[in-house]
Ligand binder design. Structure first.
Ligand code: URA
Length: 402
């Protein structure tokens, strides 16, 4: 069977849903070898997949493991996925906001690979926060708190873990159908009805050009709907960092400020936009009503917000404007690299992140500055990456006269 499927995909012919189910099963049980799977991934990368094939692949990957089910609990059940960016801490805020708005949020998130930490890395800056929950705990927490944010279990979409590792090894990550199936297979396994997608575009995003981001957004929306989800897609800016804080503990602090209604305007606005009811989310944030939900979620997962976040004791170095004018560039990628060299991100899944390091961005695009005003504060451990971070952070800014 596999040789015929390899021939078909090499020649650009579409697979049936049954063939894709068998292929994924074979990848998992080893009857399709790693070399065969890698060749198939390469053919998909070059030849693409139809929407129907992508729906079937997604479904096969979801069906490769357990699916969470919330029978007996009242929904609606909603989650969001962001393709990730510098300073993107929206999940920490949006989950409790949705709970106040009457929804349940079973959010399964990931750790970051690349410039900065992912949602789980941020939450793990809270001492005691447990990202590995048992199925009974998930249900109890959804019932009692209304949301959880935890990590993927071994039994959720296991085919994605195997295939993602092969894609990473063989340079076949950048394929819209493969990315779509990878993201959506995990979301479909959460037992949700609605999915909000935040596809970032700009220098700090996975998709740098609007054309690429749009293609991914359209694929995610069409395949998500094809698999039975209600999908809402947003293309949002990642040419500069989101909010002012970049770095794990720093972003937890900023999320808490935002939950008090005191967050930076762009972060507050994006949470409102993604919520699906901007006026209501704005009122929830301004009232502070979602903060106790966040606190209950953290406590239910073993976290202690009454003590200092992890990674404390860092030093601060302020970079100041060398000329007066208007900030015309505050580049997300360069600032992400600055945070990365300080230790906020990781290259391999097994690397540790430093919880305390990162940046506070004081001036973003459109702000006026005078000579000597702070542009960004580097929060660092005294030595690691400081010179390189300084170079990246300076390269991020452009100040134009007038
Ligand atoms: N995130 C995922 O989960 N999978 C991909 O393929 C890319 C980003």
């Amino acid at each position: 069977m596999i040789h015929r499927l390899l021939d078909d995909k090499r020649l650009g012919r579409a697979h049936s849903a049954a063939e894709l189910q068998a292929l994924i099963q074979g990848v998992l049980d080893g009857s399709v070898t790693r070399a065969q799977a890698a060749a198939w991934l390469a053919f998909v990368c070059c030849r693409g997949m139809t929407r129907d094939e992508t729906v079937a692949l997604t479904q096969a990957m979801t069906d490769s493991g357990d699916k969470l089910a919330w029978d007996g609990l009242s929904g609606p059940f909603i989650d969001k996925h962001s393709t990730g960016g510098v300073g993107d801490k929206v999940s920490l805020i949006l989950a409790p906001v949705w709970v106040v708005m009457g929804m349940k949020v079973p959010m399964i998130s990931g750790r970051g690979l690349g410039l900065t930490g992912g949602t789980l890395d941020k939450l793990e800056a809270i001492p005691g926060y447990n990202t590995r929950l048992q199925p009974e705990a998930l249900r109890r927490q959804l019932e009692e708190v209304g949301c959880f944010i935890c990590g993927q279990t071994d039994r959720l979409a296991p085919a994605d873990r195997v295939i993602y590792a092969l894609r990473d090894e063989t340079g076949t990550v950048p394929s819209v159908p493969l990315i779509t199936a990878s993201i959506l297979s995990k979301k479909l396994a959460e037992g949700i009805q609605r999915l909000v997608l935040d596809v970032k575009v700009g220098s700090g995003a996975f998709m740098k050009s609007e054309e690429d981001a749009r293609a991914l957004a359209e694929s995610l929306a069409a395949v998500g709907r094809g698999a039975g989800l209600e999908v809402d897609v947003h293309l949002t800016d990642m040419s500069q960092p989101l909010g002012e804080a970049v770095g794990n503990a720093l972003e937890v602090e900023e999320s808490i400020r935002c939950l008090r209604g005191e967050g930076p305007a762009d972060l507050h606005a994006l949470v409102c936009q993604l919520s699906g009811d901007a006026a209501r989310a704005d009122a929830v944030l301004r009232s502070g009503a979602a903060l106790p939900v966040f606190e209950r979620m953290v406590a239910a997962q073993g976290g202690d917000l009454s003590v200092q976040l992890k990674g404390g004791g860092c030093e601060e170095t302020v970079l100041r404007a060398e000329r007066a004018g208007t900030v015309t560039r505050c580049d997300a990628e360069q600032l992400g690299l600055a945070a990365f060299v300080l230790g906020a991100g990781r290259v391999k899944a097994s690397d540790d992140v430093h919880f305390g390091v990162g940046l506070r961005v004081h001036k973003k695009r459109g702000a006026s500055v005078v000579v000597g005003e702070p542009l960004v504060t580097l929060v660092h451990d005294g030595s690691r990456g400081l010179d390189a971070a300084r170079r990246h952070a300076f390269a991020a800014f452009e100040v134009s006269l007038g």
